[in-house]
Design a protein. Structure first.
Length: 248
């Protein structure tokens, strides 16, 4: 992420003028008092520079109306930050908190039309890479947005239990079906560095089979997570925020 910190420095000049006016000659002029030295101002400590966030990382999946997925891939550093997604060199604006894009403090996730094909959709998770992974256990809650079948929209809630000490994450997804949250699929995956990747198990037929899940932790202390899921029948993006943490 590229951050421009523009500071305008204006030079302020203070002109101190001492004026002496005479009113004629005086033979008995008194000696003028010598000016007393003025105390010098103490130097002020410099203000600390603001902390610069880490580069934005993302995980992207592709899905077309005939369901020929190009798979999930990481596209690496995004120097344009959270508000722009770069696909094949083309920047896409991320309108925050729309029907197809969700925003958390350190990450974004959702779906967009591909800049290279009108039939394709791009599903993404993008955020500031974690600086330090915590210890202990944590719980995350969030949501997901996806597509299934011939391009039918799907969405719902997601819950994650993370054990950083044992490097494991368990996730459960529930789809919004007729106004109710219906179990959709679940997964367990090992944590490697700031990433996790594993296989899921469908709990509803529309989730399909051969579920793959890839994700990352985002934020300075893994305050958030996000990623992509994909099966032979559906694909989506998810994100969640930490709601509870136990150090031990």
């Amino acid at each position: 992420m590229k951050i421009l910190l523009k500071c305008s420095l204006s030079a302020i000049c203070l002109a101190l003028v001492v004026g002496c006016s005479g009113s004629g000659d005086h033979s008995d002029a008194q000696p003028q008092p010598q000016p007393q030295p003025q105390p010098q101002p103490q130097p002020q400590p410099e203000s600390p520079l603001p902390e610069v966030p880490q580069l934005s990382k993302n995980v992207v999946g592709f899905y077309d109306n005939y369901f020929e997925s190009n798979g999930i891939k990481e596209t690496g550093d995004n120097m344009m930050g959270l508000t722009t997604l770069v696909i094949d060199g083309q920047p896409l604006d991320l309108v925050v908190d729309s029907e197809v894009i969700k925003s958390i403090e350190y990450s974004r996730y959702g779906r967009l039309k591909s800049p290279t094909s009108s039939n394709d959709r791009v599903l993404f998770s993008q955020g500031h890479d974690v600086t330090v992974l915590p210890t202990g256990k944590a719980t995350y809650e969030g949501s997901f947005l996806g597509l299934q079948g011939a391009g039918e929209d799907t969405s719902g809630i997601a819950h994650f239990d993370v054990d950083f000490a044992n490097k494991k994450i368990d996730g459960r997804f529930a789809r919004n079906l007729n106004g109710r949250n219906t179990p959709y699929f679940r997964f367990s995956a090992p944590i490697a560095g700031n990433k996790f990747e594993g296989k899921g198990t469908a709990e509803e037929y529309s989730a399909g089979s051969n579920l793959d899940i890839k994700g990352r932790f985002y934020g300075p202390k893994a305050e958030e997570l996000g990623g992509i899921y994909e099966s032979d029948a559906t694909m989506g993006a998810f994100g969640a925020s930490q709601i509870n943490k136990q150090d031990r």
